[in-house]
Design a protein around this ligand. Sequence first.
Ligand SMILES: NC(=O)c1ccc[n+]([C@@H]2O[C@H](COP(=O)([O-])OP(=O)(O)OC[C@H]3O[C@@H](n4cnc5c(N)ncnc54)[C@H](O)[C@@H]3O)[C@@H](O)[C@H]2O)c1
Length: 256
Amino acid sequence: MPHTYTAVITGAAADRGIGMATAYAYARAGWGIAILDLDGDAAVRVAAQIAADTGVKAVGARVDVADETSVEAAQKAIDVHVAAGDIPSVGALANIAGITSPVPFLETTLSLWNTVLAVNATGTYLMTRAFLPAMIEQRFGRIVNMSSVSAQRGGGVFGKVPYSAAKAAVLGLTKALARELGDSGVTVNAVAPGAVDTNIRVGSTDEQEAAIANAIPLGRTATTAEVADVIVFLSSDQASYLQGTTIDINGGSHLH
Ligand SMILES: NC(=O)c1ccc[n+]([C@@H]2O[C@H](COP(=O)([O-])OP(=O)(O)OC[C@H]3O[C@@H](n4cnc5c(N)ncnc54)[C@H](O)[C@@H]3O)[C@@H](O)[C@H]2O)c1
């Protein structure tokens, strides 16, 4: 049965990415789909493919989540699609777009620091600010933010200091916003995956990947589907009493 609402998913155009797997998981649960990605052509292409594969309504558009003007334009573009009946109104926002950096602290330039913070943390803030008002107005919304085990234990996978700091900012944003939302009908929660099998660690050597897998009690990295399913759960009616929480998806690699 088609879902009443659309899920907006950022960073969902990359092949093998968590975002694309999440978009498919939402679609299989019947949600309308809006793919927003830095690669606008790929976003449109992936949306069309999801619509063809699953039968849900889906649109795609470009966004740079770190850029206020771009985020506002993307939000307006989605509004136009909703008004035209291309997709249902937005009920979920999955802030998945992110970048990492393996550069050691003393080699980290201010520019690199700012970029990593801008995409992961400011991007989550800007997207949430853009889509929250309509969720509050309709008294239903599910926001799911992408953190990382790196925020909780200070890296240890691939990303270094700016990445851990940015993903920790995402957790702080999630918790503080949860308090402010009160009984608005909108929930905001986070997921904190450990290593997931995607292209984000391009440049990682076979030895580094083996060391990552060996340090995980389950003995392997997560599949993108294993992360996607938790995000869709957090967006479901069954998750109505989860507010400001973080769900770890790390194969037992960080137990706290
Ligand atoms: N793969 C992992 O091991 C892992 C672990 C924990 C958390 N994460 C987080 O999960 C998210 C997805 O990671 P992934 O592994 O699928 O990465 P990925 O590199 O495969 O995909 C990232 C996507 O984000 C998009 N993107 C990048 N900058 C953007 C911007 N400024 N605006 C809009 N879109 C932008 C890219 O185009 C791409 O589609 C990231 O936030 C990442 O930090 C990944």
